[in-house]
Design a protein around this ligand. Structure first.
Ligand code: FES
Length: 68
C-alpha cells in the first residue's frame, strides 16, 4: 500500500502504526513505547494520533460490516 512517514525523527510509517494497533496498541502512550513515535521533536504527534484513531475506527468498522 501507500507507506507514508508519520514520524521522521524515528522513521515511523503509518503502516507501522497500523501494525502496532493491530497488535493491541490503542493509545499514543503505547505507540511511543513500541515505536518511539513522537518521542523526539513531537511534531508528528497530531498526525500519529489521527492515524491511530483512523485505524481504531477502521478496525471496529470492519467488524460491524462483517456482522451486517
Ligand atoms: Fe516524530 Fe519528530 S517527527 S518526534
Amino acid at each position: 500500500g501507500q507507506d507514508m512517514y508519520v514520524c521522521l525523527c524515528k522513521g515511523v510509517t503509518d503502516c507501522q502504526i497500523r501494525e502496532a494497533v493491530c497488535e493491541g496498541a490503542c493509545s499514543m502512550r503505547e505507540l511511543r513505547t513500541h515505536l518511539g513515535v513522537a518521542t523526539q521533536c513531537g511534531r508528528c504527534a497530531q498526525h500519529a494520533q489521527r492515524v491511530l484513531k483512523e485505524t481504531l475506527n477502521t478496525a471496529s468498522g470492519k467488524e460491524n460490516n462483517k456482522a451486517a
